[in-house]
Design a protein around this ligand. Structure first.
Ligand SMILES: [Zn+2]
Length: 407
């Protein structure tokens, strides 16, 4: 990502204020306009009470000061005393096509080739047949990745290329983008992505004015999407982000501090909803191009709305990657959704190469285990998906809609 990491603390107005004291400090008064979070007695704030305790309205105990007032939110990791069955699922029930991975072996220290070999061994052990590398790369960078993955492991990996975004204001941009796509296709690209718009457009360039940014529905990309259709290349698009990224980093922030560097609150960007409008326009303008909106199109929190989009746009598909925390916290709604749209959702991880990561996914999707430790801070509940939903999710849909022409 080209986007600069902003100083989110400055923007949220919480610089220098620890979260530790937000909780149970007695005797603080609220009301002044430049107060910091720690000056506010949240215990008496009606909105805070409703968010914290729900309709019931109170803790049911008399909160008093104590050592926990000094614990930092980022350190809080409660141990569960729940005793329920824990199922270990070493290998997926069907051979899996993971449609959302990145070039992980290149990250960190160590020999990339060795890490790739180990990864393929892990894929064998957990039951992943093929992984789709969303390289986002073009030019030499893409060509090198083709060599790296497809020469030693043809069939085990499929590569998606990126979109050229140099000099997008130049009138020759649309033709250049198409020409590079054709070149990457000849080299072995079998899809495009991940093409991300978190509100700044596809270049993620904060220096561009709003009317200069390149969003998915821009007419400069019309020829590109048409070429994707012609070459039978699905496009993996990352539209918006988790909605909490647009909310302030304060006591009401939904995700843990682990995610605060993804926060976008206060940036001069499109809203979550505005980005999804752009998604819909793109889908409508290019009805024969296949778009896979990753991370449940960042609407995993509102599956009814997401279902409306699937009903409206037959060329819209989803990947479930990195949204274990959405389906895990609403297992019944998620199961109903996946059962209603068994031919529209693809399995993906986007979470690295660890065996235990894959196995946590199998446990989440295949068992009815309860109160599993999850990411963010939401415990997960197993979806216990039936075979008729699991098989298309794991591989059937990918086999049907992706381009499996040999390279
Ligand atoms: Zn990704």
């Amino acid at each position: 990502m080209k986007k600069n990491r902003r100083d989110f603390l400055k923007i949220s107005g919480l610089a220098g204020v620890g979260f530790a004291s937000i909780g149970l400090l007695p005797g603080c008064s609220s009301g002044s306009s430049n107060e910091t979070s720690s000056d506010i007695n949240w215990q008496t704030d009606p909105e805070w009470q409703k968010v914290q305790y729900g309709e019931w309205g109170g803790p049911g105990v008399d909160p008093r000061p104590g050592p926990m007032d000094e614990i930092l939110l980022k350190d809080y990791a409660p141990k569960s005393s729940v005793v329920v069955p824990e199922t270990f699922v070493p290998k997926a029930k069907y051979p899996v096509i993971d449609v959302h991975i990145h070039n992980y072996p290149a990250r960190g220290d160590g020999d990339a080739r060795e890490k790739l070999d180990e990864w393929v061994q892990s894929m064998d052990e957990v039951g992943v047949e093929t992984s789709v590398v969303l390289t986002g790369a073009t030019g030499n960078d893409f060509d090198r990745l083709v060599e790296f993955y497809l020469e030693p492991y043809p069939g085990r990996f499929q590569l998606y290329c990126g979109l050229t975004t140099d000099d997008i204001a130049n009138p020759d941009y649309p033709q250049r983008a198409v020409a590079e796509l054709e070149r990457c296709y000849e080299k072995g690209a079998r899809g495009v992505g991940e093409l991300t718009d978190k509100g700044l457009g596809l270049t993620s360039d904060p220096d561009l004015a709003r009317n200069e940014r390149l969003h998915h529905d821009d007419e400069r990309l019309d020829a590109f999407w048409d070429k994707c259709r012609e070459l039978n290349l699905p496009v993996n698009i990352h539209m918006a982000d988790h909605p909490s990224a647009w909310e302030p980093l304060d006591v009401f922030q939904e995700r843990t501090p682990d995610y605060q560097h993804f926060n976008l609150h206060g940036d001069d960007i499109l809203s979550h909803g505005e980005i999804l409008v752009r998604r819909d326009r793109t889908l409508e303008k290019h009805p024969d191009t296949i778009f896979i909106a990753c991370h449940l199109s960042n609407q995993g929190h509102d599956l009814a709305k997401l279902g409306e989009a699937l009903d409206t746009y037959p060329n819209l598909y989803l990947d479930i990657s990195a949204r274990d925390y959405e389906v895990g916290r609403t297992p019944r709604a998620a199961k109903r959704f996946l059962t209603k749209y068994p031919d529209r959702v693809l399995f993906g991880t986007d979470m690295g190469m660890q065996k235990s990561m894959y196995q946590a996914w199998w446990r989440l999707l295949e068992t009815d285990d309860e109160y599993m430790v999850g990411r963010v801070w939401w415990p997960y509940y197993g979806l216990d998906l039936p075979e008729s939903v699991l098989e298309p999710l794991y591989r059937g849909n990918a086999r049907r809609i992706m381009n499996w022409e040999n390279v």
